[in-house]
Design a protein around this ligand. Structure first.
Ligand code: KG4
Ligand code: ZN
Length: 359
């Protein structure tokens, strides 16, 4: 089963052809135009420029795909929401045209659902155990979903009448999303795009030394809500204080200080994401933990999750050992992240997974 997926929700015009052979989803073609360079000049995504560039580039991208390849797909998948309204109209126009011209059905997919399903790309879908807990941490969203399956896992037959699993949102951010916070802090430090990645690159150069300390905002321990605007405000204060100290507004930190500040900021965000995700995974006793969205490209986030998981398991098993009764605690969910970094961020491949599953 093949689909042609179109993604134009933000600043990437991407079109993919994805194939599902009833065991795994593979990428046949991947074509994209990234608008990073154009938006970078303005320090952020400018909606008007985004929609104009989508309209301009989508035809070139489609032409590259070739008419024959389009003719051979079974249907078209698109992300409909959330996203920039004037960018989303572009897919709508193009998908409707293809529908008319090639007589292909158009399947509409929620952008966040496709972030979740991007994990299925290039994996044998039968290897994934349910139930699972998913963190989608991106520039625009920051949610935790509990997913259970509705039926025996794919591929049961080629006749999928029912969406194969149910997603329940159990947590979300009350203000900024984690990726948004990475972006804003990176911009406060005067860095160019790609903001989030730049912070993790600087943090990776850190040598043990802690001059800066950020207070972690945990909120209610029993809930799975997040708040990152306070972290952003603390960073703003640190920057303002430093400007006063050095009497200038540019290059206010030394190289070591930059590494230190980036590290502490990254730690403060990933610790919160990781702890809440693991707490949710324990509460719902899941077999799998999934990470998705742009922030899942952050290696330190994966590291902290694995460290915390190990600690939890060791601690629980010690309690069992020294307690009077009971078996060893066998909670040890597997952690899955997208196979390639390109599958973490916005791309059309995620949509095709969802398109195929809901066709
Ligand atoms: O999923 P995505 O491409 O777009 C949205 O749906 O928002 O995610 C983009 C977000 C940006 O906020 C970006 O800063 C963040 O993902 N991001 C990172 C890293 N790479 C991308 N955040 C932290 N560490 C990274 N290495
Ligand atoms: Zn996204």
């Amino acid at each position: 089963m093949k689909t042609l997926a179109i993604e134009t929700s933000c600043d990437d015009t991407s079109i993919w052809i994805v194939n599902f052979d009833w065991t795994s989803f593979t990428v046949d073609k991947l074509l994209a135009y990234s608008q990073v360079r154009e938006h970078n000049e303005f320090g952020g995504v400018v909606p008007e420029i985004a929609s104009r560039l989508h309209s301009e580039k989508i035809i070139a991208v489609l032409t590259e795909i070739w008419r024959e390849n389009i003719k051979n797909v079974d249907f078209i998948s698109v992300t409909t929401h959330p996203g920039l309204p004037w960018s989303l109209v572009v897919w709508e126009t193009v998908a409707n045209l293809l529908w008319e011209y090639f007589n292909k059905k158009v399947i509409k997919i929620n952008h966040i659902v496709w972030h979740v399903l991007a994990l299925l790309l290039e994996r044998n879908v039968n290897e994934i155990e349910f139930p699972m807990m998913v963190l989608t941490a991106s520039g625009g969203h920051n949610n935790i979903y509990y997913i259970r399956k509705n039926m025996e896992w794919l591929p049961v037959s080629q006749d999928i009448k029912q969406w194969p699993f149910t997603l329940t949102k159990i947590g979300q951010t009350l203000d900024d999303a984690a990726g948004e916070c990475f972006d804003k802090v990176s911009r406060m430090l005067g860095w160019p795009y790609p903001w989030g990645l730049r912070i993790s690159q600087q943090a990776a150069l850190w040598h043990p030394n802690k001059e800066f300390e950020l207070h972690r905002i945990w909120l209610d321990n029993d809930k799975f809500e997040f708040s990152f605007s306070g972290t952003k405000a603390q960073m703003n204060q640190i920057i303002r204080k430093q400007e006063e100290k050095v009497w200038r507004t540019e290059n206010i930190f030394s190289e070591d200080e930059i590494h230190d500040i980036a590290y502490e900021f990254q730690e403060s965000v990933v610790e919160i994401l990781a702890k809440k995700l693991i707490r949710a995974a324990i509460k719902y006793d899941v077999k799998t933990i999934w990470l998705s969205g742009g922030v899942s490209a952050n290696d330190r986030l994966k590291e902290v999750i694995l460290e915390l998981l190990d600690n939890e398991v060791r601690l629980k098993n010690q309690i069992h050992e020294f307690g009077t009764a009971g078996q060893l605690w066998n909670f040890k969910p597997k952690l899955f992240t997208p196979i390639k970094k390109v599958y973490c961020t916005d791309n059309a491949a995620m949509i095709w997974v969802a398109g195929i599953l809901s066709n």
